[in-house]
Design a binder for this molecule. Structure first.
Ligand SMILES: C[S@@+](CC[C@H](N)C(=O)[O-])C[C@H]1O[C@@H](n2cnc3c(N)ncnc32)[C@H](O)[C@@H]1O
Length: 406
């Protein structure tokens, strides 16, 4: 490789602790996940909790939105039979693209909840199947081409000259690297969601021992997690989002792509706890002339349920009918508060498609390294969350849970 071809030169200064970043993928026209640093075979590349157990009607809701392209499915015992349930992940794992020659694979930590053990919670950890060079896209196997066929999508990138474990030649995804430049690379620069090496080794140990049980969020703990003005982070687990370096007023703590959902789709579901409404946000530009935004939805294209396919469609809707969801990175795990906050969410970008919007977390005042990051949230959002958590407490549903109790 020629010296001036060094792909690293086209990147923004490496961030401090976050090794993963998002950039345009060579697999499809959306984002993909890349690593700034060399990853060794067996390393855990990402670890995040799962939001589990969507009630059946919410699973249908999920399928009718863009989240149909992002959820995980798992089988849970309902006391009589096993049933298919939906789960959503946090962190960057939401943005891993598919390859039949994957270089990462997931491992589940913790055991799924069931009727006898409703307090269990689960996390996912992705680990490297082989050594992976910096700036090579991290790709997992969605379970074959059927995943794309079911959604009426075209699978791309299988012939690309990629480094993968089963792959042949190139150690760099050259085409993708040349396509990128610093302005379209998103770095998770200054946050970590409370997991550290110690947490990871404990998780791995627990898994080897056959799983563990975790206390669920109940009404009280969820409310305090999201709305408390308490500034002391919990020592372990995913509950607290911590700033990893000194940050000045107005600087970006993290920027992630967001998904746009219809408000009617999330109302009353678990998703309501992790979404933000347009009116809760600050906008850096006049984004939506005529208040119209393009949303990606799903629709069933076959009446026969045994062969039903769901495909993505776009629709122009009024922004007041929509909510935004930021699952990648740490934004959905932030503690939200009406008081004692030190950051705010800002929406930035001039495109309206599902891959275009960026949600940026900006520091209000100076934030020191090690400090918990708390985001400002207007009062109205808390009432809807109260309703949801009360319902959850009544039905014993799990919400995002710490993987390790303190
Ligand atoms: C879980 S998301 C992955 C992140 C996505 N690229 C994004 O920007 O949001 C799954 C979606 O990524 C795209 N995708 C993933 N792997 C692909 C592949 N090998 N070929 C084409 N599209 C792919 C499809 O649009 C799919 O619905």
């Amino acid at each position: 490789m020629e010296e001036n071809d060094d792909p690293k030169e086209t990147f923004i200064e490496a961030p401090r602790r976050a090794h993963l970043y998002l950039a345009p993928s060579s697999h499809g026209d959306g984002w993909g996940v890349f690593s700034l640093k060399h990853i060794s075979k067996g390393d855990i590349v990402e670890l995040a909790p799962l939001l589990l157990r969507f009630p059946e009607e919410n699973s249908e809701v999920l399928k009718a939105t863009i989240l149909n392209n992002y959820h995980y499915e798992y089988w849970a015992w309902n006391g009589v039979s096993s049933e298919c349930q939906f789960a959503l992940s946090f962190g960057y794992m939401l943005y891993f693209n598919h390859s039949a020659q994957p270089n990462i694979k997931y491992q589940q930590f913790g055991k799924e909840p069931d009727v006898d053990n409703p307090s269990r919670a689960v996390g996912l950890g992705y680990y490297a199947l082989c050594d992976i060079s910096p700036h090579v896209e991290l790709l997992c196997d969605y379970g074959g081409p059927e995943w794309f066929q079911d959604r009426g999508m075209t699978l791309v990138g299988e012939q690309a000259n990629l480094q993968s474990c089963g792959g042949t030649s190139a150690s760099w995804d050259q085409a993708a690297i040349l396509k990128r430049n610093s302005s379209d690379v998103i770095l998770s620069s200054k946050l970590c969601s409370g997991h550290n090496d110690n947490t990871i080794s404990k998780l791995v140990e627990s898994h080897v021992d056959g799983g563990f049980e975790i206390p669920p969020y109940n009404l009280e703990s969820l409310r305090s997690r999201l709305f408390s003005s308490e500034t002391q982070p919990s020592s372990l687990g995913f509950g607290s989002v911590i700033c990893t370096e000194n940050t000045e007023e107005g600087e970006t703590l993290e920027a992630v792509p967001i998904l746009v959902l219809l408000k009617s789709a999330v109302k009353g579901s678990l998703l309501e706890t992790i979404t933000v409404e347009w009116k809760d946000l600050d906008f850096t530009k006049d984004l939506c002339p005529n208040d119209i935004v393009r949303v990606v939805l799903s629709e069933e294209v076959d009446e026969d349920r045994s062969t039903a396919r769901v495909r993505s469609v776009t629709k122009d809707v009024d922004i007041h009918e929509t909510v935004l969801l930021a699952l990648a990175g740490n934004l959905s795990l932030l503690r939200r508060s009406l008081v004692g906050y030190n950051s705010r969410l800002v929406v930035e970008h001039d495109k309206y498609n599902a891959y275009g919007f960026l949600m940026r977390l900006e520091a209000i005042g100076r934030i020191r390294s090690g400090e918990q990051v708390v985001v400002k949230l207007p009062e109205m959002s808390s009432s809807s969350i109260d309703r949801v958590v009360e319902e959850l407490a009544l039905t014993g549903q799990l919400v995002i849970a710490d993987l390790i109790s303190n």
